[in-house]
Design a binder for this molecule. Structure first.
Ligand SMILES: *Cc1c(COP(=O)(O)O)cnc(C)c1O
Length: 387
């Protein structure tokens, strides 16, 4: 392994912030209480839970009771999709769910799962930059549509969707609107009023918090059936003893992410643009995937003709550079990314694409090093193929 690691895979996961770890430690050590216990250790845990909920509600601009703590982003997506769909069906509202073609698998597979039980779905198309058009949502709505789910920002190409506009369309018709905002935390505003969302998914480990801690914002009055049954935790919306250290960590990390957002976004944008421009101007037959403007400050997704990105990833890894092809969950499977193919890329172009996602600790020198090293590596790979 190389001496120095250059970690450019923050869209897959982020390192734990030391201040977050410090906030969590008491609840892993001297404060082991269960928030449901009435003794003093239980009360201390409940207090920590209340404080965490208040901190999160402040960032989202919502009421504390509208926050459901979960075991992560996938669980929150599943709770939103299945919980709303089943509650809506119970009320006789219908069976039709709308998502986009570039959602995370946690959304797409939750919908597919429901299709076995008689639900139907429509996937909104995206343009070449990965953007959903509000007119396509209007056209897809049906009298029996019971839920719309469109992600805030895409994990592969960083495209930022017009969430407030999509949400307004749903609200006019009284249809619950969910957004997977996992990639947006710390980079985009999360005010649920401005976003016009009824449900919003976040997960701690994408913004320097712990893995296995997530949340679902659920607007008051939104129909939702619990998907984990048991005790009465989280106002009967998610049973199970609360992950107190994880929740404290999540809340601390979200507060820090929001505090740092205004200074971090311009910093990351500059580094991002150095990487994009550095590659596009020095490497022939390279291109940028995703929208140049409506793009997360930390996302760089580049394509290279005549390249298998898996091979390039291995060469980069030998140099200590951590990047990703497609999403972390599906790499290893050699199928082209469903996101890139939905944007109109051929299977070859999709398989020649690579994601670099920057983070708080990313240095300008690291970006310069990656730009310098990529050209020769790509030349090496292209030298042994004919295309
Ligand atoms: C990482 C990610 C998830 C899954 O979150 P986990 O906490 O890993 O389950 C869901 N949606 C998006 C957009 C993600 O990037």
């Amino acid at each position: 392994m190389a001496e120095r690691i250059i970690y450019l895979d923050h869209a897959a996961t982020t390192p734990l912030d030391q201040r977050v770890l410090a906030a969590m430690l008491p609840y892993l050590n001297e404060q082991p209480g269960n928030p449901s216990s009435i003794h003093q250790l239980g009360r201390a845990a409940l207090h920590a839970l209340d404080d965490a909920r208040a901190a999160v509600a402040l960032v989202l601009g919502c009421a504390r009771k509208e926050i459901v703590f979960t075991g992560g982003g996938s669980e929150s997506d599943n709770l939103a999709i299945k919980g709303v769909a089943l509650a809506q069906r119970q009320r006789g509202r219908g069976n039709h769910i709308i998502t986009s073609a570039i959602e995370h698998d946690a959304v797409l597979h939750a919908v597919e799962y429901l299709e076995q039980f008689g639900f139907t779905s429509t996937q909104l198309p995206v343009n070449a930059a990965g953007l959903v058009h509000p007119d396509d949502l209007r056209a897809a709505l049906r009298p029996d549509t019971i839920l719309v789910s469109v992600m805030y920002a895409n994990n592969e190409v960083g495209t930022i969707q017009p969430i407030a506009e999509l949400g307004a369309i749903c609200r006019e018709r009284g249809i619950p609107f969910h957004s997977d905002a996992v990639q947006a935390a710390g980079l985009l505003p999360l005010d649920v009023e401005r976003l016009n969302v009824d449900l919003l998914t976040l997960t701690g480990h994408k913004f320097y918090g712990p893995k296995g801690s997530g949340l679902l914002y659920v607007r008051h009055g939104t129909p939702l059936l619990p998907q984990i049954n048991g005790g009465g935790q989280e106002r009967r919306r998610r049973a199970g003893t609360e992950n107190v250290p994880g929740i404290v960590g999540l809340a601390t990390a979200l507060t820090l992410a929001e505090e740092q957002r205004a200074s971090m976004v311009p910093h990351l944008t500059k580094l991002r643009d150095h990487l994009i421009d550095g590659v596009l101007t020095t490497i022939p037959r390279s291109w940028l995937n995703g929208d140049r403007e409506q793009r997360l400050a930390n996302n760089v997704n580049l394509g290279f003709a005549c390249i298998e990105s898996e091979s390039l990833l291995l060469l980069l890894d030998q140099q200590g550079i951590c990047a990703s092809s497609g999403s972390a969950c599906s790499s290893g499977a050699l199928e082209p990314s469903h996101v890139l193919t939905a944007m109109g890329l051929s299977a070859d172009a999709a398989n020649g694409s690579l994601r670099f996602s920057l983070g708080h600790a990313t240095q300008a020198e690291e970006i310069a090093h990656v730009v310098a090293i990529l050209g020769p590596l790509i030349e090496r790979l292209r030298a042994v193929v004919t295309c």
